[in-house]
Design a protein around this ligand. Structure first.
Ligand code: PMP
Ligand code: GLN
Length: 410
């Protein structure tokens, strides 16, 4: 997050009197504070608040998938797996692409396993961006995009989608593209907006990518967390995108095990090769037992994936109803773990940072301020609430907010 907390970019002079000025930290990363997820989780813990801030399920994913990981540790081997990932997981990722999206993928040349989608994103930026390349990003944006694009030497070109409907501003997006555009980063379903970009939007984006001879890094970690009978459509299936899109998924999200940090990238071999150059130096490999379990999980029956979306949809509805009854104006949510709510109708007058701290301390419920998802945010009035929690926890959080703000249940 571009907050200037804990800035490490303190200049210091070397002791040798040479006049050389050094900085302790890299000037780009050092200028960022601690991520909002860590800050708010710590505040929640300090105050014993129900943590609806950082996005993680409070119940670990399916036991059969976890059992595979446990068995694989005992059976071994526990040594370095292949740099590109275990063949069985790369095959499972290729099969998953075929089964859900009709994509024909060569698992040997077109799939790479990473330590979470976060590493996949970093590898794409480090492997593809040449300093000075322009990168189109859509605000609000997930926390690691901007620092990592900038650290890779990219020049960010930011376009905003605006609440309540988060419509893609087509003229603005087109204006952000230029001859120097290397990449667009596209996150759908979108964190934090909960927006699923329409096929018309995807066609428009694909048209720009083709016209400006660019590429698309597609963060699709919420591909299976999509509601109301919507279907996830990867940009990669659109005309001309098979060789221009890099599609990123996360076992953490798909199997409700966010601590596992197993990600996968699917891309044409020509695009994946430079990304693998970054991966080989960043982590090289990902724990083999978790890869085996993710391979097993990706091959689970359709009912598993449908059930996951159905359960989360009912949790979304539960929290949405409760927040509305507590006086919030809740925005639509088409996918992800998150609901965004406008807190002004509750009568709270401060900004979103103040609001999230206030409800943590005074109501015992934590959310994250949406302004944290912008490079330079104005004072905001939206908070993001995570709903991938037990129904009883959601009910208790709603109860606390209703009691605090005097909503229907008070
Ligand atoms: N992208 C988005 C949009 C996310 O919300 C997250 C968070 N979990 C990630 C990437 C990172 O995924 P992973 O935990 O697999 O690194
Ligand atoms: N993706 C999670 C969220 O948006 C947080 C991940 C993290 O803490 N880095 O809340």
């Amino acid at each position: 997050m571009p907050r200037r907390l804990n800035s490490l970019a303190v200049r210091r002079h070397d002791g040798g009197g040479t006049g050389v000025v050094k900085t302790l930290a890299n000037s780009i990363l050092g200028d960022y504070g601690t991520t909002v997820f860590t800050v708010m989780s710590a505040l929640a813990a300090e105050h014993g608040a129900i943590n609806l801030g950082q996005g993680f399920p409070d119940r670990d994913g399916p036991e059969d998938i976890r059992a595979k990981a446990a068995e694989a540790i005992i059976e071994g081997p526990n040594q370095y797996p292949p740099m590109m990932g275990l063949p069985e997981l790369r095959q499972a990722v290729a099969e998953h692409n075929k089964r859900f999206h009709g994509l024909d993928v060569d698992w040997r040349r077109e799939v790479m396993i990473t330590s979470g989608a976060t590493e996949a994103l970093a590898d794409c930026f480090l492997g593809l961006i040449e300093p000075g390349d322009e990168v189109v990003l859509i605000e609000p944006l997930y926390d690691c995009y901007l620092p990592m694009v900038r650290r890779a030497g990219g020049v960010p070109k930011l376009v905003r989608i605006e609440p309540p409907d988060w419509r893609l501003p087509r003229a603005g997006l087109e204006a952000a593209f230029s001859r120097r555009t290397k990449l667009i980063v596209l996150n759908s379903p979108h964190n934090p907006a909960g927006k699923v970009f329409s096929e018309e939007d995807l066609s428009f984006i694909a048209g720009l990518v083709r016209r400006f001879d660019a590429y698309a890094v597609c963060d699709e970690v919420y591909e299976h967390l999509i509601f109301d009978r919507r279907r996830h459509v990867p940009l990669m299936v659109l005309p001309g995108m098979r060789d221009r899109a890099l599609r990123i998924g996360s076992a953490g999200k798909t199997f409700s095990v966010t601590g596992w940090k197993v990600g996968y990238v699917t891309a044409a071999a020509e695009l994946l090769t430079p990304v693998a150059k970054a991966h080989q130096f960043v982590t090289f490999a990902t724990p083999p037992n978790l890869q085996k379990a993710a391979a097993y999980g990706l091959r689970r029956e359709d009912a598993y994936f449908e059930g996951l979306a159905a359960v989360l949809q009912s949790k979304r509805d539960r929290l949405r109803g409760g927040l509305a009854a507590a006086g919030f104006k809740v925005l639509p949510c088409e996918g992800t773990y998150f609901l965004i709510a406008d807190f002004r109708p509750t009568g709270f007058n401060g900004d979103d940072d103040a609001f999230c701290r206030h409800i943590t301390i005074e109501a015992g419920v934590t959310a994250v301020p949406v302004s944290a998802f912008y490079q330079n945010a104005d004072a905001g009035h939206f908070a993001r609430f995570c709903f991938c929690k037990d129904d009883g926890i959601l009910d208790e959080a709603i109860d606390r907010l209703q009691r605090h703000f005097g909503g229907a249940g008070a």
